[in-house]
Each structure stands twice: as C-alpha cells, then as structure tokens.
Design a protein around this ligand. Structure first.
Ligand code: NAP
Length: 283
C-alpha cells in the first residue's frame, strides 16, 4: 500500500484564491483588511517567515505593513507600539514575530495585543475561548491541520489521535481542537516512556517535535493518517519529523515536508485577518 499524499500547498493555493475574491468584495464595501507584522532584529529564519507572510498578504490583495525594529528595542517601546496598533482602526491583525529577544517577555507581548486583533490566536483570552469550544482565532498551524484533515474527508469523531509534542504553538492547541471535534487525544512528549507503544495505536498521528525521522513506518499503525508538522534542515534540505518513504508504505494518508502543513500556516493567518476585519467592522 502506498499512502495518499495530502498536499497542503495545493489546498493553500485554492483557499488563497477564495480569499482573494473575498478581499476584493470587502474592498468594494469599503473594508480593507490589514495585517501588521512586527519583527525585532534580523534573524534570517524569522525574516524569511515574515517576508513570506507579507508576500502572501499582498498576493490576495490584502493590505499589510512590516515594522522592522532594532534588536535592542526596549519592552516598553514595543508595548507602546502595540498599543498604537491596538488603537489604529485601519489595522485588523497584529502579529509580533516570536521569539522576541531575551530582554522582552513573550508572554507580556502576547497579552498586550488586543484579543480582537490577535490573529496568531496566542492571547490567553483566545486560548480560553478555544478551550471552552467558543468561536475565536485559532493558532494558525493547528487550525491549518484541522482544515487539511477536513478537506481530505478524514473523520475525526471517535478517532484516537496521538500527538507527539505539547508546545503552546502546535501540540497543545491541535490536541484541543481535535478534542473539541470529539477525537480521543493522547499527547506524547520528551518524558513519554515507550513512544512506539503510543504511536502504534494512533488512527491519526500528528508529529510536532523538530527532530528528523523521529517516526518511521515501524512506529505507525497500518492505515493511519500521518501529519508531519516538523521542519528540519538536513544537509541543506528541508525535511520533516517523519521518514516519509517508510511511513507512506504503512499509512493511508500522509503529509509531505515541504508542501504539507507549512503552506497552510500562512493561509490560516490570512483567514484570521479577514475574520478580524469583518468582526471589528460588524462591531
Ligand atoms: P517545541 O516547542 O520545541 O516542542 C517540541 C515538542 O516535542 C515538545 O513538546 C517536546 O517535549 C517534544 N519532544 C522533544 N523531543 C522528543 C522526543 N524525543 N520524544 C517525544 N517528544 C519529544 O516545537 P514546536 O514549536 O511545537 O514545533 C515542532 C516542530 O514543528 C518544529 O520542527 C517546528 O519547526 C515545526 N513547526 C512547523 C510549523 C509549520 O508551519 N509547518 C509551524 C510551527 C512549528 P517536552 O515538552 O517534554 O520538551
């Protein structure tokens, strides 16, 4: 058996085309969704992410600003900037590229952003809403995974989902979103004993660790759905956390790296920004 490959890239392109049409309709109605991305310093990986976000916004005709600040910007200066963006009625989505330098508290920055403009879905108010099953901004990577599963017609209800990873960015929120959809969820992490015992029971296996080939075909139940979130660079090449070649012989569906989960993350950021604009506009 060779698994069906779920290409997030293709799905992301289709969704962005739909969003482009929606943005154009909103423009005609006088509403211009706008995303502002703030970055401190010139870390090449972070710069490449934020440029990608900006390019994607522009491609769907959405207004976007990139504010580049020096790495030694003080916490107070950053908080003041966020407050100005919170007050600015032309701005609907605010994203501060994380991590910020060590002299600034990530959590303070996340909490300073108006929850109505928190398109990353990291503000505790939005996390709490997600936890209690309310409509809100969901973190982009977990939300992208949910959309991929649904568009690939994969049933979630009643399935045993095993997630390797419990970060606030990916592992925990994707587990919560799946629980909200009636999956039975197991989280594994660095202290989990006998990882394979757990992964072998998964109907849906989500791997969000950041270690190349931590999972291979031998760790997967026959017919499982495998979602590889990992992004690693090995010998200059992008690779996931799953050994794709062996896994695809066992799984029923599998996401590749690149062209898998990655493109969905930015797409959901665009989605959240359009949603924020409409919510703010409608009061
Ligand atoms: P993270 O914060 O470093 O979390 C990694 C998780 O993996 C932790 O929960 C850790 O456990 C667990 N872990 C580490 N070693 C393990 C092991 N040997 N066995 C089992 N669990 C282990 O990373 P993250 O932010 O969640 O990101 C995970 C990966 O996804 C990274 O490769 C990242 O680049 C990628 N990513 C991709 C996208 C995308 O758009 N494609 C978006 C975000 C992240 P402990 O909690 O016990 O430390």
């Amino acid at each position: 058996m060779s698994a069906e490959v779920i290409y997030g890239k293709q799905l992301a392109e289709n969704l962005r085309q739909e969003m482009k049409e929606e943005v154009s309709i909103l423009h005609e109605r006088g509403l211009r969704p706008k995303l502002v991305v703030v970055i401190l310093g010139q870390d090449p990986a972070s710069m490449s992410y934020v440029k990608g976000k900006q390019r994607a916004s522009e491609k769907i005709g959405m207004d976007s600003d990139l504010i580049e600040l020096p790495v030694d910007t003080s916490e107070q200066e950053l908080l003041e900037l966020i407050e100005r963006l919170n007050q600015d009625e032309t701005v609907h989505g605010i994203l501060v590229q994380l991590p910020v330098p060590d002299h600034i508290s990530d959590q303070k920055i996340i909490e300073a952003i108006n929850p109505e403009k928190d398109v990353d879905g990291f503000h505790p108010e939005n996390v709490g809403k997600m936890l209690t099953g309310q409509d809100t901004f969901y973190p982009c990577t977990p939300y992208g995974i949910m959309v991929m599963l649904k568009r690939a017609d994969i049933t979630i209800e009643g399935k045993h989902v095993v997630i390797i990873g419990r970060s606030n960015l990916v592992g925990k929120p994707v587990g919560q979103l799946l629980l909200n959809e009636n999956a039975t969820v197991t989280h594994c992490h660095s202290r989990t004993k006998n990882l394979r015992h757990h992964t072998k029971q998964a109907d849906i296996l989500i791997v969000a660790v950041g270690k190349p080939s931590i999972i291979s075909g031998e760790d997967i139940k026959e017919g499982a759905v495998v979602i590889d979130v990992g992004v690693n660079r090995v010998d200059g090449k992008l690779t996931g956390d799953v050994d794709f070649e062996s896994a695809k012989e066992v799984a029923s569906h599998i996401t590749p790296v690149p062209k898998g989960v990655g493109p969905m993350t930015i797409t959901m950021l665009l989605h959240n920004t359009i949603k924020a604009a409409k919510r703010i506009h409608n009061g």
